[in-house]
Design a protein around this ligand. Sequence first.
Ligand SMILES: Cc1cc2nc3c(=O)[nH]c(=O)nc-3n(C[C@H](O)[C@H](O)[C@H](O)COP(=O)(O)O)c2cc1C
Ligand SMILES: [Fe+2]
Ligand SMILES: [Fe+2]
Length: 382
Amino acid sequence: MEISNDIKYIGVTDKKIDLFEGQYRVPDGITYNSYVILDEKVAVMDTADKHFTEEWLGNLESALGGRKPDYLVVQHMEPDHSANIAVFAERYPEAKIVASAKAFVMMGQFFGDNFADRQVVATEGTKLSLGAHTLTFVTAPMVHWPEVIMTYDDKDKVLFSADGFGRFGAADSGDWADEARRYYIGIVGKYGAQVQAVLKKAAALDIAAICPLHGPVLKENLGYYIGLYDAWSSYRPEEDGVLIAYTSVYGNTASAAMLLKNKLEAKGVKVVSADLARDDMSAATADAFRYSRLVLATTTYNADIFPPMKEFINHLTERNLRARKVGFIENGSWAPMAAKVMKSMLEKSANLTFAEPVVSIKSALNAQSEAQLDALAEELSK
Ligand SMILES: Cc1cc2nc3c(=O)[nH]c(=O)nc-3n(C[C@H](O)[C@H](O)[C@H](O)COP(=O)(O)O)c2cc1C
Ligand SMILES: [Fe+2]
Ligand SMILES: [Fe+2]
């Protein structure tokens, strides 16, 4: 596949992976993207996962058409991209390796070799001329590891964006935003400030295409993708609406959650819901960042809260959820205290407002708790 006359795609698609990064379901697989820039000098952009050594080397070789690479640019040391650095270095002993100083330290850790006599150390603004193409490196710490660099090619106006603008799923699969949001919130969500810093640097560049390490190359409508990244990384809700995330043992909390959904929808509010024990946790987490309001509904469980809700709230606080209105539904048969536990878990999150009243159910909804549900629906539809 050609990105431009001089830039070829040499990545691979992983359809067999069970869980990406040990926790994310990827029903449509994931790609490990890699590119070659063919100029007077030849640069290879990143490698691929260890399960794809032969396929990646084969793609590289056919793109090279008999030439030899001069540089391997390592933008990110996470093994899904870096696993084949040592294999590459051995096969192409004349090629230099371009990476940040931190990446070279990690090469020492992963491979027992930091390629000391072949290093080109990239810092902010370092330039590398390939002939007609000049690459400029942009540091992008914590997007998604500390050693990350991005690369701008001024001839074809391409930004190689490392994990930024990456997406789960094969390159040609489905809508971009849902799987890109789940990827971003899941993997980079904690580091909004660092993503904002990179977006500011990117704003100064004239970009015609974005080449990420996962998912499709983005060539048109770049403002749409950059706008979503700006919303996600500044923790701004993407849409007005409510996520109701719930757990239930016997079904009564679930019924209350569904009744609240109906009441809100009757008021014209957009509502999505997630059963945290059954639905995809990372999709629910991404929805909490997508919508402006959130309702957490769970059962009291040994004077604490039901485990999947605990896990969910941990996912939210770990990723610095902020600036949302949050409502609570608790249930308990003898001493309901789930709302208190959930609120205390969210105490340190910036700029959350708690919607009143808390709906407190004793075993099953009654007139009193349903009145609370009505009041909460009213409060959340404002
Ligand atoms: C393992 C377990 C532990 C529980 N611990 C408590 C508790 O500490 N305090 C309480 O009031 N109810 C406790 N309950 C009861 C449930 O919170 C209560 O029955 C609730 O109404 C269940 O709602 P559901 O119909 O949505 O499952 C516990 C239930 C289970 C299964
Ligand atoms: Fe990564
Ligand atoms: Fe990655």
